[in-house]
Ligand binder design. Sequence first.
Ligand code: SDX
Length: 383
Amino acid sequence: EGNYIVVPKGLVNVIVDETKISGVDPKGEATIYRGYTIEDIGEHASFYEAAHLILFGRLPCDEELKEIRSKIDKYRGQIPEKLFDAMKHVPVTHPMFYGIYGTALLGQYYAPEWRFDEDFLYDHALRLAAQLPVIFTTGWNLAHHGTFLRPDPSRDHAWDVLRMIIMREPSDIEARAFESTLVLYMDHGFNASTFTTRVIGSTLSDLYSAVAGGIAALKGPLHGGANEKAMEMFLDAMKKAEEKGVPLYDYIEEYIKEKLARKEKIMGFGHRIYKLHDPRTDVAAKFVAKLKDGEFWMKVLKKAEEVMWREKKIPANIDLYTAVLYYQLGIPIPMYTPIFAMGRVVGWSAHYIEQVLNNKLIRPTEKYVGPTGLKYQPIEERC
Ligand code: SDX
């Protein structure tokens, strides 16, 4: 209209900028992390390698891997003591608020004065990747157990984070499964929370504020919150199946159809871009199969997918599989979305840096369709 472009609500299918970090392929065959497929990196890369790839654009060589590993592990152990104290005063709220609160506190400690030189930006990206998990685990365990486990910087990042969440030492396969989900969650094009961090970066605000905004956007059940809702759905279905004396595998079809008949969304299904398949589910499925009750859960998951494809032609997304995988690890359900943030914080940081280093303030315009021509009236003439 004139020199304006009107786009669909929700920016559906609108390309708002270019990025070299990742791209989501609607067919689910070529979702790319800096040139590699997401499933290739999800299956094979460690958290350190994937973080190096997403942040710096390439898989690390020996020296680079040693350097990023020692920085992340060192930073994980360097949370300011005052931050642990501050977490003691946070009431038992939704764990995603711990992340927003703790990230704002870190921003105050580390970066009262913000700069835009690359070394400074990447250093804070590594600090956040290392310390955001500790904020979530400390907040959750303090609120629910009155105690928490401190990080052990001598251990592998994913293993140590999982240990702090479940308050016990994970097995190697448990730690690798958990690490793989952090890598699969690490980045995903211009999803709602990443776009949020880019908008905040485009005003030249700081990275901690941008990540706090990303966590706030991820909290919603249409985005990161779906993995928690998906597990709650499975547990509700399990309870109802037991009441009926039938196995969950046999009952899940009826359960899903009843929800669809009530026009309810089935959490863990559907996606703005993936209309055929979310490739991340294939990697997560390999780990579900290897963890506790793997065979039982794989049968249930495949049946749920079969029903949703037959009824609605809607594929599962990663959240359906990580929900089950985190349940198999004994992770409390309210920590599922915080774990999504523990991986995605690396992607948010990479996008924030890409935005600010080649910036244009993101400020769309609007078509005003409200009333016009009204005049102020004193209250006695108004009501
Ligand atoms: C993530 O964007 C990303 O990349 C996100 C993410 C990432 O890594 O960052 O991949 C992570 O957020 C995955 C998605 C997690 N969310 C859920 O699982 C919540 C349930 N999913 C839906 O709410 C929905 O699929 C969205 C929000 C994910 C996408 O919705 P769109 O693109 O806005 O499409 P829509 O809601 O308009 O749905 C189109 C149709 C509708 O039917 P009609 O009203 O036209 O008849 O499909 C139906 C919807 O009702 N539909 C569903 C459904 N998802 C869509 N029906 C039942 N269950 C569902 N899950």
